[in-house]
Design a protein around this ligand. Structure first.
Ligand SMILES: [Fe+2]
Ligand SMILES: [Fe+2]
Length: 421
């Protein structure tokens, strides 16, 4: 524990210091919904154990095929959305209201698309993305024209992306995949197969695929860029993480408490919006932690613990790719740091940890204590509060911990008010 006076806020419990630090202002960038989904879709790749950028490459190839088929801009946007979310269901594993999961991961993927506000045709395309032209696909064994063209396009793009991943480099993939591909017909039918072949023959395809920031260059028609798109998409990703962890509402609670703590600390409105996004995305990296570890009803082994702890950095690495969210990524990375320097991943101490991260730590830990774990029941409100208080000065910033009761009251009052209205 920090005992000398040099540890700033942590040691002094000085709220004035917190207020001064709270003046750091991070503003949410203005982005399109699809751009946010594209960048954060890297979290689905983690869950699918696919090479990074898989979902984006499938979306990109889907778009190129759709261009080739001369679809309308709105239809192209739906194709891209379906490509990005085709395997989102693998990350979620089951929807909150449907734990039996009868339709498999494609049905859950459709649920994810609905959460983002994508229309029925996107949802249907995801459901049908494992159907085959010859009728031997899943889950319904649809054939030929009965399969939505969006689904055929995504499946064609998926095939090409997987094939390309199988070669040691893109140059090699390019020369191999330019040969006529007879095996495509029974999977995707003549029209889409032909479109895919011309996409794979174009040099531009391979140039684009080798570029590092494909996610931000999908360039689809999807409304005006805005900060609320960022907040809305973050909320959906929070819901996806909750569904994967089977802890409904968790990310909303963490974000709401964090925002209240920020308000108590005197942070300006723009900063509170950024804190909201950080609260929603704090555990994004958990999508890459295998379920046998997240759900283990016993103490984790050292390697399992290390895998679990990687969620802070893996989530931050993804969020960092959103232009303007670099600071938010830093807070996410530091949300399990402790002010006594015994946290992870960097063992930062006291005010080396950004104030928003110290806030996230308190909000996140409180919510964790209040919910059930495979190895213990949930703590009651008073008990959980007591545990946070006893960690003030070691695990938690005492100034932040001391604001928690007021913040919880404010969150409770807001949720009462919204229930009443
Ligand atoms: Fe996939
Ligand atoms: Fe976490």
């Amino acid at each position: 524990m920090a005992t000398d006076g040099s540890k700033g806020l942590a040691a002094s419990g000085n709220l004035a210091y917190a207020l001064q630090q709270a003046r750091e202002v991070v503003q949410l960038p203005k982005l399109k919904r699809t751009d946010v989904v594209a960048v954060l879709s890297a979290a689905f790749d983690l869950a699918e154990s696919q090479p990074a950028g898989h979902a984006v490459r499938v979306a990109y190839l889907s778009k190129r095929i759709a261009d080739e088929l001369e679809l309308e801009p709105a239809a192209i946007a739906r194709v891209v959305a379906a490509g990005l979310l085709h395997d989102a269901g693998i990350a979620v594993r089951s929807t909150p209201d449907d734990t039996s999961n009868p339709g498999g991961h494609t049905a859950v993927g459709a649920w994810v698309a609905a959460q983002f506000g994508y229309d029925r045709s996107v949802q249907e395309a995801i459901r049908a993305s494992h159907e085959r032209w010859d009728g031997t696909g899943r889950p319904r064994g649809l054939a030929a024209e009965a399969i939505p063209v969006t689904a055929l396009i995504v499946s064609a793009a998926h095939w090409a992306s997987d094939e390309a991943d199988g070669f040691e480099n893109l140059l090699r993939a390019r020369s191999k995949l330019r040969q006529p591909i007879g095996t495509l017909l029974p999977i995707m039918g003549p029209r889409v197969a032909e479109a895919l072949e011309s996409v794979l023959h174009a040099d531009q395809t391979w140039i684009d695929l080798s570029s590092g920031d494909l996610a931000l260059h999908l360039d689809v028609e999807d409304g005006e860029p805005s900060a609320s798109n960022v907040a809305d998409a973050a909320r959906v990703f929070g819901r996806i993480v909750d569904a994967a962890a089977r802890e409904e509402g968790r990310s909303d609670r963490v974000a709401a408490i964090a925002v209240e703590l920020g308000r108590q600390a005197g942070m300006p409105a723009a900063m509170l919006e950024a804190l909201f996004v950080a609260g929603q995305l704090a555990d994004l990296g958990l999508l890459g932690v295998p379920r046998h570890i997240t759900d283990k009803p016993a103490i984790l082994t050292v390697p399992e613990m290390e895998t679990m702890q990687r969620h802070t950095s893996s989530g931050a690495l993804i969020v960092e790719d959103l232009p303007g969210l670099e600071a938010v990524a830093r807070w996410i990375e530091a949300h399990h740091e402790r002010i006594d320097g015994r946290g992870y991943p960097e063992m930062l101490e006291a005010d080396e940890i950004p104030l928003p991260a110290r806030i996230l730590a308190v909000a996140d830990s409180y919510c964790a204590l209040r919910s059930e774990r495979p190895y213990r029941p949930a703590f009651g409100a008073t008990e959980a509060m007591g545990i946070i208080e006893s960690g003030a000065g070691t695990q938690f910033d005492p100034a932040v911990a001391s604001m928690l009761p007021d913040a919880l009251r404010a969150v409770a009052a807001t949720s009462e008010a919204s229930k009443a209205s």
